[in-house]
Design a protein around this ligand. Structure first.
Ligand SMILES: [Zn+2]
Length: 141
């Protein structure tokens, strides 16, 4: 190998390394994790829907108020679960279309590290950070 070939080889391997693509194995792993989480969430949502039996044995106004507060919490929780489910479903949809792991903001690949922490992530690390900062300022002002 000449010096020239050697340096080309080096550049190439560095490039491959920094833009490490998701392997099929990793993709399968994320798909499984998403499907598991989806099942769990669906179970939770179903459970929340089944349970409410508020107002059936109310005997004091105070108790009624407590129960309606609990019901409000339950609705908020259900809303959170549903949003999460939407994200998971859209991630699974992307896997099916071969578009999983692409940032919705900048179109770059989301690093495997980010996906490992949050398989339904729609954004890359940099854009996630930006969103967080935006959300932070929205809260302040
Ligand atoms: Zn991005």
């Amino acid at each position: 190998m000449t010096q020239r070939h050697f340096s080309l080889f080096r550049i190439n391997s560095i490039f491959v390394d920094s833009a490490k693509r998701m392997t099929n194995q990793e993709l399968e792993k994320f798909k499984k994790a998403l499907e598991e989480e989806k099942k769990d969430l669906e179970r939770e949502v179903k459970h929340l829907k089944d349970v409410p039996d508020f107002g059936s044995d109310v005997d004091s106004g105070e108790e009624e108020a407590d129960e309606s507060a609990a019901y409000g919490d339950q609705l908020a929780l259900m809303e959170t679960f549903k949003l999460r489910l939407d994200d998971i479903e859209s991630a699974l949809d992307k896997i099916a279309k071969g578009k999983y792991g692409i940032c919705e903001k900048c179109g770059k690949e989301i690093s495997v590290r980010v996906l490992e922490a949050d398989p339904e992530s729609k954004l890359c690390q940099a854009d996630k950070q930006k969103e967080k900062i935006k959300g932070f300022f929205k809260k302040i002002f």
